[in-house]
Design a protein around this ligand. Structure first.
Ligand code: SIN
Ligand code: FE2
Length: 217
């Protein structure tokens, strides 16, 4: 057997790609269930609308955010924190749909984190040009639980580095249905999203929705 026998064969895209010890990209994880996930979105956003939060430094974020679950992540001039109520309405955040939670728990398990029990889901909406600067997720009291991210809609370039800010992050293209899970030695890795390129997605139009599930309580 010689290698040229296989010249025309494309290696299949691996379903799981290790980004770092403790960090896994699950390609196409929710490709088939994406429409079911999105069926819940409008109702949740009617109860807790997307808004552009202000950072403690006074910068308005280009990503629009909302939450569902017992706890929601917010930012204002006073800092970053989790709240039980939406500061816009004074009402509790909408409950996390069971279909969403089950998907996140399954993604965590596939990445090697059994027993994930998310109580917070941050809903991020990116329009063309929206970006998220490099940051660590470190507002959660217990970092032994991983972060589970699910991407829907337009593709994005995800930047994923290490827990050291000085290390240059690598770039990964995330498409509709892709999951990323990071925990253990990667839990405090710096990550971000490059400015979203314009495009049109059959289910979501000109936007990307990212859901990040956390254990925040
Ligand atoms: C986040 O870091 O909260 C979101 C990451 C993403 O949009 O992929
Ligand atoms: Fe993050």
């Amino acid at each position: 057997m010689t290698a040229d026998l296989f010249e025309d064969e494309q290696p299949p895209e691996p379903a799981q790609q290790a980004l770092a010890p403790g960090a896994v990209l699950l390609r196409g994880f929710a490709r088939d269930t994406g429409a079911i996930v999105l069926a819940q979105l409008d109702r949740l956003l009617a109860a807790a609308p997307l808004r552009h939060l202000v950072t403690p430094g006074g910068h308005t974020m280009s990503v629009a955010m909302s939450n569902c679950g017992a706890l929601g992540w917010v930012s204002d001039r006073r800092g970053y924190r989790y709240t039980q109520r939406d500061p816009l309405s004074g009402q509790p955040w909408p409950a996390m749909p069971a279909t969403w939670r089950e998907l996140a728990v399954r993604a965590a398990a596939e990445a090697g984190f059994a027993g994930f029990a998310p109580d917070a889901c941050l809903i991020n909406q990116y329009l063309p040009g929206s970006k998220l600067s490099l940051h660590q997720d470190r507002d959660e009291p217990d970092v032994s639980a991983p972060i589970v991210s699910l991407s829907l809609g337009l593709p994005a370039v995800f930047l994923f580095g290490t827990p050291q800010r000085a290390d240059r992050p690598k770039r990964y293209r995330l498409q509709h249905g892709d999951g990323v899970v990071w925990g253990g030695p990667a839990r405090l890795a710096y990550h971000g999203v490059a400015p979203l390129a314009d495009g049109e997605h059959p289910l979501l139009g000109r936007r990307r929705i990212n859901l990040t599930f956390r254990q925040a309580g």
